[in-house]
Design a protein around this ligand. Structure first.
Ligand code: GLY
Length: 272
């Protein structure tokens, strides 16, 4: 069970952030409304939500997920004595792969120290974005992407293994249309992995029940399981129907202004 989320409100210069898609310029008022809907959804899931102020130095700063990997150990898999926090959790700051986002982590460090007694850090030459990290129970898939390099992936894997988790690398550099690994896969519990077609055949996903996102609905692959709910993006009726049929309780959120900036549901919070 997650108890907390850390979020950051989009700033007035949100539209100056990075994007690889061509969906138009985001509307700030609508962005803020969508963000507010997201916060409400997290609270509906029972989370205490920390709402950080916008930081105009970082137009992409609302995508807080990229700054850290947090272990809340909800599965109780962290062997006793190996975690750095009394509640079984642990934290590591990333080293974002985009130059304009590198210093987002300094700001996040102080925030994390309020929850975790120690905060580790990915170091150069490693780069790593949280969006490339998919936790699936006691296993972590680590995407190798244009943002996360081999050195960063190896540092994170070593840190995870030292805490009783396993990790494997998924190279997405040749997969068209996704910025991060979690643009193309999500773990929603129950041994189920949501995947886009181009990742469905990956041998590392063999042991999971795959929920395939149909062509045209790829953006929906970035969804998040938060306690009793799955948060999904609005506008993807086939995916929504599939999850409803499987019995999931859904919170369906308008994400249009975040999609324009290569952001998804997972990107907007750190959950632990
Ligand atoms: N706009 C999100 C990112 O490129 O990191």
């Amino acid at each position: 069970m997650f108890k907390h989320a850390i979020t950051r409100q989009p700033g007035a210069n949100y539209q100056d952030g990075l994007t690889t898609v061509d969906l138009g310029v985001p509307d700030l008022e609508k962005t803020l409304l969508e963000h507010s809907g997201y916060l409400t959804a997290l609270k509906t899931c029972g989370l205490a939500v920390l709402e950080l102020e916008p930081d105009l130095r970082f137009p992409d700063g609302t995508f807080v997920e990229d700054t850290a990997i947090l272990l809340s150990d909800p599965q109780g898999t962290c062997p006793q004595g190996t975690c750095s926090s009394p509640n079984g959790g642990a934290a590591i700051l990333t080293r974002p792969g985009a130059q304009s986002r590198l210093d987002e982590v300094s700001e996040m460090k102080d925030t994390l120290l309020a929850f975790f007694p120690e905060v580790a850090q990915i170091s150069a030459p490693g780069t790593l974005d949280g969006g490339d990290i998919c936790e699936a129970g006691s296993h972590f898939f680590i995407g190798i992407s244009l943002r996360t390099n081999q050195a960063g992936a190896q540092q994170l894997a070593a840190w995870l293994v030292a805490r009783g988790y396993s990790a494997s690398f998924i190279d997405i550099r040749q997969v068209a249309g996704i910025l991060h690994l979690k643009s193309g896969i999500s773990y929603i519990g129950d041994n189920r992995l949501v995947v886009i077609d181009s990742l469905a055949g990956h041998p590392d996903f063999k042991g999971y029940e795959l929920i395939r996102v149909v062509p045209g609905e790829e953006y929906a692959a970035n969804c998040i399981r938060v306690n009793d709910y799955v948060l999904i993006a609005a506008g993807f009726p086939k995916f929504e129907a599939t999850l409803r049929k499987l019995g999931y309780k859904l919170l369906v959120l308008d994400m249009s202004e975040f999609q324009k900036m290569d952001g998804g549901l997972s990107c907007l919070s750190l959950r632990f």
